[in-house]
Design a protein. Structure first.
Length: 584
């Protein structure tokens, strides 16, 4: 009884086994003695006794193996009992103000998703936690001693997102645009800045943020936040004696998917931004090139703005999307692009009813220009396999102004554009990309290089034709990513006479400023070299990019340069944070 009390059921089994083994040993001894005394028995009897002895010896050997197995089981049970007692004692002595925490040990996540694709190395990636009974891996523990590649909070997984950059920029002309290229304002050779160069160091492209994933009753949700340090600042301390770079919100959205329906709300990349995969809003599933330039490539349609979208996934190859996004009545003046010329009777529209990109810091509110309706975007993506992505999209935009001198007189115009893109892997690790856009009134989606509209002398609105293209190649060779792109913007001529019937206004007319561009061309190529990468510690990359940029105006005055161009060289060192999401 005492033995059973101490060791439980397994102890009773061991005791019974020992008694059975003793009985077998006694029987074997008796049989051996009988065989020795029966020397006068016949040959057949001796053989029968020998066979019986062999059977008993085999049974004894089998019983011995069972005893050894039971002994090992008892030892394991004893260790588990001691571990449970230690855990109970630790819980009893824990301070109550520590609360219930999953782990007091620090977690080191694995490799991080980055806006720039990093070629994978041979170092092993930590395995994601297995899914829990409810299908949410964030509710399951890690296998063995594997360090989870994410943080856990409650029943959600959190991955720190970001990288630390130091970028050097050299231009052979002083465009005064810091890290990002102002495509529309490259200085001409007959200007002061056209005869100066610029060199800068900047950490402003560094990014920080987080991604939250979880499953709840079959609904998968993602929360995404990302910001950099390219915010607008009025402080001279940025360059004089204090690098007081201002944080800037890039992305802040939530996405929810249930079966075939998906919904997203917040500030995200516009759905008019080309995709690499489906119609996903995740940066890694978008195409905005692999360049270091934070204004990416001329001819690319993109912006980051508030809005909401609904996606329908009939299967894993096709996605339909519809979004309503932040509108803007843009007359030019942003990112180096030229503004339109307004009739004198409607000059008050600038910065009040039409966005001239001059309202920030001038006493007006950032959202000074009114808007009548959101920009409506529809898109379909076709991904027959991992090597091919095709997409077709369209946008509708509505504009409205009122005559400041006659408030009952309203002017409206409706325009739109079409997007067509392809991203195809033609060889292992080699992809060809082409994205093309043409519009009436969609100029601001070409990174503000083209105005959306002009105002005629009678106040009516005319939408400016504009378009862009980006065509290129990307190749991943072991730890190196190589790329090259050609990009171009085209801004159509749109002019009218002012109320006097003599003065030309609008964009691209005879006598217009040489800042009103007709075409902007860019050729660029570069590399992204992964120097070191570990799923538990992050990655270090070394990058370089060369950029040739040219712009041609609509009107060239006598004796003035017909065009201008500059050369830019980027060198960048980046440390990327570790981290990755589990498999849902």
């Amino acid at each position: 009884m005492y033995f059973s009390k101490i060791y439980g059921r397994r102890g009773s089994i061991l005791l019974a086994s020992l008694l059975v083994g003793t009985s077998i040993l006694g029987a074997a001894d008796d049989a051996t003695t009988a065989a020795a005394n029966s020397t006068t028995t016949g040959t057949s009897a001796v053989q029968s006794q020998n066979e019986e002895i062999a059977r008993l010896q085999a049974a004894l050997a089998a019983q011995q193996k069972q005893l050894e197995a039971l002994q090992k089981s008892m030892e394991q049970q004893q260790k588990l009992l001691e571990k449970a007692m230690d855990t109970t004692n630790a819980q009893q002595t824990q301070r109550p103000n520590l609360g219930n925490v999953a782990s007091l040990s620090p977690m080191v996540p694995g490799p991080s998703p980055s806006a720039v694709a990093i070629p994978s190395l041979a170092s092993p990636r930590p395995q994601a936690a297995p899914a829990a009974a409810g299908g949410n891996p964030c509710e399951a523990g890690a296998e063995g001693n594997t360090v989870p590649p994410y943080l856990r909070l409650g029943s959600v997984c959190i991955v720190p997102i970001g990288f630390m950059d130091l970028t050097s920029v050299w231009r052979d002309k002083n465009a005064g645009s810091s890290m990002g290229s102002n495509y529309g304002s490259v200085p001409y050779n007959n200007t002061t800045n056209g005869n100066l160069s610029e060199f800068r160091f900047t950490p402003q492209n560094s990014r920080l943020g987080l991604r939250v994933d979880g499953d709840w009753k079959g609904v998968h949700f993602i929360g995404y936040n990302e910001f950099d340090f390219n915010g607008t600042s009025g402080s001279n301390g940025i360059t004089v004696n204090n690098g007081a770079f201002v944080p800037r919100l890039r992305l802040f959205w939530v996405d929810v998917r249930k079966d075939k329906i998906e919904f997203l709300a917040g500030q995200s990349w516009s759905m008019l931004t080309p995709n690499r995969k489906g119609i996903s809003a995740l940066p890694g599933d978008l195409f905005y090139s692999q360049v270091i330039d934070i204004n990416y490539v001329a001819g690319l349609t993109w912006t980051r703005q508030p809005g909401m979208r609904v996606l329908y996934h009939p299967n894993d190859k096709v996605t339909f999307g519809f979004s309503a996004e932040q509108p803007d009545q843009y007359m030019g003046g942003s990112a180096g692009g030229s503004s339109i010329v307004l009739p004198s009777t409607y000059s008050a529209l600038a910065g009040t009813q039409l966005d001239n990109a001059q309202n920030i810091g001038s006493g007006n509110t950032v959202l000074a220009a009114p808007t009548v309706a959101p920009d409506l975007i529809a898109k379909i993506a076709f991904d027959p396999n991992s090597k091919v992505h095709l997409e077709l999209g369209g946008i509708e935009r509505t504009f409205k102004t009122v005559n400041p001198s006659l408030l009952t007189q309203h002017f409206t115009a409706t325009g739109g554009g079409v997007l067509l893109g392809a991203n195809v892997e033609v060889l292992p690790g080699v992809r060809l990309i082409s994205t093309n856009f043409w519009s009436d009134g969609g100029g601001r989606y070409l990174f503000g290089q083209a105005p959306d509209l002009i105002v005629r002398g009678d106040g009516t609105l005319s939408l400016v034709h504009s378009g862009g293209t980006v065509d290129g190649i990307e190749a991943t060779i072991r730890n190196t990513l190589l790329y090259g792109y050609y990009g171009a913007d085209y801004i159509g001529r749109d002019s009218a006479y002012a109320a006097d019937g003599k003065t030309l206004v609008g964009y691209g007319y005879t006598g217009s400023a040489n800042s009103q561009n007709r075409v902007i061309n860019e050729l660029t190529f570069g590399f992204n070299q992964t120097m070191w990468k570990n799923p538990r510690y992050g990655a270090i990359n070394f990058m370089g990019q060369y950029e040739w940029l040219q712009r041609d105006p609509w009107f060239v005055a006598l004796g003035s340069p017909k065009a201008t161009h500059d050369n830019t060289i980027y060198v960048n060192v980046r440390y990327t944070l570790p981290g990755s999401m589990p498999n849902f």
